[in-house]
Design a protein around this ligand. Structure first.
Ligand code: CUA
Length: 184
């Protein structure tokens, strides 16, 4: 019998499962269960899988909320990373710690300035296509999807300049889609 010819025994699926096969099915099942439990375990005890909240929104609504946040809390402007001719506002969230960060072709808007040790709620969304929020050099990775508002709780612990890169391919300018977060 070969893989090309039809099986000699037409009702091959009625052949009883051999002991060895049962053993492998058992091993695979146990391993799947171990990995399932590990997902929950790492969520609680590891540093993976942020406990995000996600809400439905619209691109217009999110744009408006971000604009209001920028208007209220801008402390200065800097040259944009993608286009030095453009100015990018640097925004410091107020005492409530609510911050808005918007992804679009091809930049992260605005630049955030945070304080080490304070807890923030970063609202993340896109106003055009799917983008990926990757915070360097930390291991934080979030899908940024238009129509959905992710609320990420963050407590920066170390001062420095953090880079945001887009890690979801979003067109010809994908590699220029950079952003910044300052922690003071
Ligand atoms: Cu945005 Cu890639």
């Amino acid at each position: 019998m070969s893989a090309i010819l039809p099986p000699s025994e037409r009702l091959w699926w009625k052949t009883p499962i051999s002991g060895q096969e049962w053993a492998w099915i058992g091993i695979a099942f146990v391993w799947a269960m171990v990995m399932f439990v590990m997902m929950v375990y790492w969520h609680i005890n590891g540093k993976q899988n942020l406990s995000n909240e996600v809400y439905k929104t619209t691109t217009e609504m999110f744009q408006a909320k971000t604009d209001a946040f920028v208007k209220e809390n801008t402390i200065r402007t800097e040259d944009s990373l993608a286009n030095p001719d453009l100015k990018m506002p640097v925004v410091k969230p107020n005492d409530k710690g609510e911050a808005f960060l918007l992804g679009r072709l091809w930049s992260w808007y605005p630049i955030l300035e945070l304080e080490a040790g304070k807890t923030y709620k970063i609202h993340l969304s896109s106003v055009d296509y799917n983008h990926g929020f990757s915070l360097q050099p930390t291991n934080i990775n979030i899908q940024v999807i238009p129509g959905y508002e992710h609320v990420v709780k963050m407590t920066p612990t170390k001062a420095g300049t953090y880079a945001i890169v887009c890690n979801e391919y979003c067109g010809i300018g994908h590699h220029t889609m950079l952003g910044r977060i300052y922690v003071k």
